[in-house]
Design a protein around this ligand. Structure first.
Ligand code: TTP
Ligand code: MG
Length: 362
């Protein structure tokens, strides 16, 4: 089935925010980064607007070099706090457009519209709505790519910057890619490209025309990955939270060790409530519930229960925890610490509501 993946990337993000707040800079080259100190400054450019890019300026260029090329530019120090706030505002808008949302860094995000949009035309209309809403509410522009895979959507969002929408339908993929320099593939930078160039691979079309086994022979695993990208093969899902996030947990230590059941119960309730606040906010579901318990003398135990499906249910988790806790109820020692961990996380899954049948599964 054809997927509809949208990649959004703010245009010259830091510079755009400064221009929004200082409209007098609008048509001037604006450079955000280290202080140029009239050409003697150290450090680099964080970003610059498109006007400054006309002078060959770009991110990571030494600021002294930038100053030589563009001494009349407006040089500003970054204001990280402000950009973080703007980034949050933009992400709040974007995540309303799909339940399958993945933020990447401060100014990029993926949305999966496969379920939501009937076809590429509808996805394009949604992309234009996104641009309009971001501009109206936040005051900066965003470029958007729509394609059947994440890597193609990212390449597409970069195609018509600033303020562009680029649609790459599955049947147009190789036409869209074939004349591009290989550095347009995310992950191939100026340094890595040399190796590919040496082997006669300069354009993405060269990758498409090389058999997979040859790419693997020449470039190993990396060769397989870029061959897949170039051929529109990339199954990665759009996730709503970072892949590194494997679990959500919390624990509490008692002021004084205890064996009072009511005290233990209220601690479990407190921890469980705290975790679920975050779980609900991020629309996460889980399959595994783990109890952690530490007795006086530092003996620590964990016990887990994995369910056959993902759920999001605070009461149900508490009942599992109490069930797991039963094993320790005859322990003569007092409890020093209790913890709860929820893992095997997933997002965008409809959480099953608890019913009596679920309880029977404990
Ligand atoms: P990018 O999206 O790479 O750049 P950009 O948004 O400024 O420009 P474009 O229109 O090409 O997307 O990065 C987003 C922000 O991250 C950028 O505004 C500044 C910051 N950044 C750095 O601080 N250092 C860097 O080397 C890069 C690449 C970005
Ligand atoms: Mg950007």
């Amino acid at each position: 089935m054809n997927r509809l993946i949208v990649h959004c990337d703010l245009d010259c993000f830091f510079a755009a925010v400064e221009i929004r707040d200082n409209p007098q800079y609008k048509d001037k080259p604006v450079i955000i980064g280290a202080d140029p100190k009239e050409g003697k400054g150290r450090g680099v450019i964080a970003t610059c607007n498109y006007e400054a890019r006309k002078y060959g300026l770009h991110s990571a260029m030494p600021i002294s070099q930038a100053y030589r090329r563009c001494p009349h530019g407006i040089y500003l120090k970054p204001n990280g706090k402000k950009y973080l706030k703007v980034s949050k505002e933009v992400m709040e808008i974007l995540e309303n457009y799909s339940n399958e949302f993945q933020r990447v860094g401060a100014d990029e995000a993926y949305l999966e519209l496969t379920e939501k949009a009937k076809n590429y035309e509808e996805a394009e209309r949604i992309a234009k709505d996104i641009q309009k809403e971001v501009l109206e509410k936040v005051g900066i522009t965003i470029s958007i790519g729509i394609a059947p895979t994440k890597s193609l959507a990212k390449i597409a969002s970069d195609e018509n910057k600033p303020n562009g929408v680029t649609v790459v339908k599955p049947e147009n993929t190789s036409n869209f890619l074939k004349d591009m320099d290989i550095t347009r593939i995310p992950g191939i930078g100026k340094k890595t490209k040399v190796y590919f160039y040496k082997n006669g691979i300069k354009k993405i079309g060269d990758i498409i025309n090389t058999p997979l086994h040859k790419m693997i022979e020449l470039f190993g695993k990396h060769g397989r990955w870029i061959w897949n990208v170039a051929n529109g093969l990339d199954n990665r899902k759009v996730k709503e939270f970072h892949e590194e996030r494997k679990s959500i947990s919390a624990e509490r230590t008692f002021y004084t060790d205890t064996d009072n059941f009511n005290e233990l119960l209220s601690k479990f309730e407190e921890i469980n409530k705290k975790i679920h606040k975050s779980i609900i906010k991020h629309q996460i579901t889980y399959k595994t519930v783990t109890l952690k318990i530490r007795f006086e003398g530092f003996q620590t135990y964990t016990r887990s229960k994995t369910l056959p499906f993902h759920i999001q249910d605070e009461k149900y988790v508490l009942s599992i925890i109490l069930h797991l806790f039963r094993e320790f109820s005859n322990n003569k020692k007092k409890v020093r610490l209790v913890g709860v961990k929820l893992s095997s996380l997933e997002r965008n899954q409809k959480a099953r509501q608890t019913n009596l049948l679920n309880y029977a599964l404990i």
